[in-house]
Design a protein around this ligand. Structure first.
Ligand code: SF4
Length: 120
């Protein structure tokens, strides 16, 4: 019918079932985007992983990812470099120096300097 829906939620378990494509946003920017099953199965960004780990269904969790801690920074005065670095357990010095752009890694796109290392 030529219809498109934009469904917005923090619950990735629901998003997965109603979406053909998923765009994960943090502080107003897309940090991971791709086909729903690709993003779900190959989640690369630490924020996407944290959202999955927040799902009460333990079967969906990966053992190697920690739950998200800390507060969301002000979008008016975001951290330098990667906006997620103040909450990211994988953050390194480089994360404060430059903002990661969306780039293709595997099946979809992610904005993280270390996506390949985090996913392996
Ligand atoms: S760029 Fe650095 S701070 Fe940002 S998500 Fe990747 S590892 Fe974490």
């Amino acid at each position: 019918m030529g219809l498109a829906y934009l469904f917005i939620s923090h619950d990735l378990a629901v998003v997965r079932y109603v979406s053909h494509r998923i765009a994960v946003m943090y502080l107003g920017r897309i940090v991971e985007i791709g086909n729903a099953e690709d993003v779900w199965a190959g989640r690369l960004h630490p924020y996407t992983q944290a959202l999955v780990n927040a799902i009460p269904d333990e079967a969906a969790r990966r053992d190697d990812v920690q739950l998200l801690e800390g507060d969301v920074p002000s979008p008016v005065n975001p951290p330098s470099g990667c906006p997620f670095r103040t909450r990211c357990v994988f953050a390194k010095e480089a994360c404060a120096e430059s903002r990661p752009e969306l780039r293709k890694v595997g099946t979809h796109e992610v904005a993280c300097h270390f996506a390949e290392k985090i996913s392996s």
